[in-house]
Structures are given as C-alpha cells and as structure tokens.
Design a binder for this molecule. Sequence first.
Ligand code: ATP
Ligand code: MG
Length: 272
Amino acid sequence: MMNTMVQVPSIALGTAEATSAHAKVVARHVDVYYGDKHALKDVGLDIPERAVTALIGPSGCGKSTFLRCINRMNDTIAIARVTGEIAIDGQDVSDPELDVVQLRARVGMVFQKPNPFPKSIFENVAYGPRIHGLARNAKELEEIVVTSLKKAGLYEEVKDRLTDQGTGLSGGQQQRLCIARAIAVSPEVILMDEPCSALDPIATAKIEELIDELRSNFTIVIVTHSMQQAARVSQRTAFFHLGSLVEEGSTVDMFTSPKDRRTQDYITGRFG
Ligand SMILES: Nc1ncnc2c1ncn2[C@@H]1O[C@H](COP(=O)(O)OP(=O)(O)OP(=O)(O)O)[C@@H](O)[C@H]1O
Ligand SMILES: [Mg+2]
C-alpha cells in the first residue's frame, strides 16, 4: 500500500489524478487506433520509478501498443493514431517542443528478438553515446562502453573480443548486448518487449537477474507471457485484455488475490 499520495502537476495531466507516490510515467485516457481498429481503450496507468512493472495479457490485447506509446514508437506506424496523455516526470511526451530523438534516449527499448547492429561489440554500445555526444574523447567513450557492458553482465564474456561482430554472439549474449546498448545512453526508463522469449532458461535467468539489478537505477517496463517471469522480476503488474487495462496492482496482490475474474482466469491459465 502507498502511504503517501502525491499530486502530479496538473499541466501535463489535465484533470487526471496520480495514484502513486513516485510515478515516473503517468498514462491517462490513452486510446490507440490502427485505422479503424481500436487497439487500446482508455488506458490509465502509473508506472513507479526504480521498479519493474510487468504488462501481461493474452496475445493481441495491446501490451506492445501501450509500450510503444511511452517512447512514441507508434509514430513510426503510419496508420496508428494515439490520443490521451502520457507524461514522464510530468512532461507530456506528445509536447511538440519535445525532441523525439531525445525522448527515445531517455526511454530505451529492448525487443523480443535480439537486434544488434551489424557492427563490432564495441561499436554496438558506443554508437548511442557517440551520436548523443555523451563522451568528450575516446577514453570517455571506452569507459561508457565498458561500464555499460559490465552493468549488462556481459563484460567478462566479451572483454577479449570487443572488435568481433555483435551478431556473432549467442542469443542470450546478443540480448545482453542490446541491454548494454540501451543503458549506454543513460536512459531513465527501459521498455522491454518479451526480452527473453528467444532465450533458453539459463540465458533467461541471467536477464532476469540483470533486470533485478537494473531496477535500482532505472524504471523498467517489461512485457511477458510468462506468469512466472512476471512474478519473479516485477513489483507491479498490469493485466490487459482486449485493449483495456483490466487491473493493476502490486505483483504479489495480482497473483494472490486478483480482483477481476478475467485476471484470475488468465493467471491461472484458463485462457490466453
Ligand atoms: N502495425 C499494426 N497495424 C495494424 N494493427 C496492429 C498493428 N500493431 C498491432 N495491431 C493490432 O493491435 C492490437 C494490439 O496489438 P499488440 O501488438 O499491441 O498486442 P500484444 O498484446 O503486444 O500481443 P502479443 O502478445 O501477441 O505481442 C492487435 O489486434 C493487433 O492486431
Ligand atoms: Mg506484443
């Protein structure tokens, strides 16, 4: 239970009310249409800072669509139309003043399929800091690369072959490389869309451990089809169904005493 209630500035949120103490991302009345298809319906959610929020629900319920609203990746889909309000630290992400390139540096993304650039391991991680001008010289850049690889739990495995192709790593290593690439630009929020679905149980366990470590510094939102994974890695869980957010709450409460019948059916495997 939250013991403090903080009102998020009303400029960004209109009449919306904040329900949690340190909401990093606040979504209110978010609707998404792909042409005529109403894919997200009036979604409101607070995503707490420095914690892991899991988005769960049956295929096609809108989890990826919601994730993409946070860093405006839906902008890249011509037929997508997004309405409503999403604010990060009170700043509306659809603010015309806001530079979308900067937004995506603040809100990093890791995808289902590891997608390293066809470049060296070093260059995969150095690319973002270089284009965002985060290093003043080669030494600083190298420091960022090494630190990011260490944070992603990959450094020991690759330190002797930083000039090898990133695509030559194993699937689990590639995914950790993609996480290193995401954290190299010091994002505030990391969005992960089924980051372990292409990985074996050992690689998955490594990524889960990593997520648990990263949450002390980052706000993480993870989409997963694995109830076990949601229960293991997240502190908050949100259940989506047919484009609506049915229920959200602490992960423990969601898994032990879901309020809605649909949530209960889904987490107990009766549908999905
Ligand atoms: N680019 C797109 N063009 C048209 N419709 C889309 C597009 N992306 C998603 N949709 C539709 O929007 C709805 C929500 O899709 P979304 O990908 O967000 O679901 P999801 O919960 O992530 O599903 P999954 O678990 O299968 O990844 C679905 O009906 C889907 O068909
Ligand atoms: Mg998806």
